[in-house]
Write a protein that binds this ligand. Sequence first.
Ligand SMILES: *Cc1c(COP(=O)(O)O)cnc(C)c1O
Length: 229
Amino acid sequence: MTLLSAKLQAVLARIASAARQYGRDPGDVRLLAVSKTWPAACVCEAALAGQAAFGESFVREGLEKVGALASLGLDWHFIGAVQSNKTRLLAENFNWVHSIDRLRIAERLSEQRPASLPPLSVCLQVNVSGEASKGGVSPAAALALAQAVGVLPNLRLRGLMTVPARSDVFLEQRRPFRMLRELSEQLQAGGLALDTLSMGMSHDLEAAIAEGATLVRVGTAIFGERHKA
Ligand SMILES: *Cc1c(COP(=O)(O)O)cnc(C)c1O
């Protein structure tokens, strides 16, 4: 077994063990392998080890890998900030976008999604910890945005995503994830059919699973420390 596949198995074991510990079905928590900054060869190695869903934060870099690995039939998720001049590339090449925080971006993605592809799965990114430096819609504005995105023809609104302020204290890690889950419950009570809570990364995936994550986005624990560009 290669080092990468051993680390991938260890992350899958962490997910399964956290799910069991919090009374959840391990099959209800999916792993998104965040491959930003890592070359296509690393993605290919993870794919051969059984991983199918990959997350990218930069459009050009992601597109290179989508193109290079097209024959593998992988599931590509965009998790970075979306600029309006990049929406067409995302609509044409990705399966998911997790980082919708304004209607104009969603409208462009829907207009530009090719008719030959299924609807683009999207999540709204919510800024639950209220940090000025972070993207995301405010919790107070999330319902209105979700209702507007939910009716766009070529998008499928799947749920909510968040990147909270970093904490190493478990109970503090849980708080923003609980806020996202409660917000998702409010949106569902408002009539939206959501199936995704995209939350939890290498250092806090257990806290996210405790609060109901259905998809954890993990980079470092699989691929190693990223080098700053
Ligand atoms: C980089 C990134 C991740 C992965 O973080 P790790 O700490 O490497 O697991 C998850 N989500 C988003 C939005 C990211 O940008």
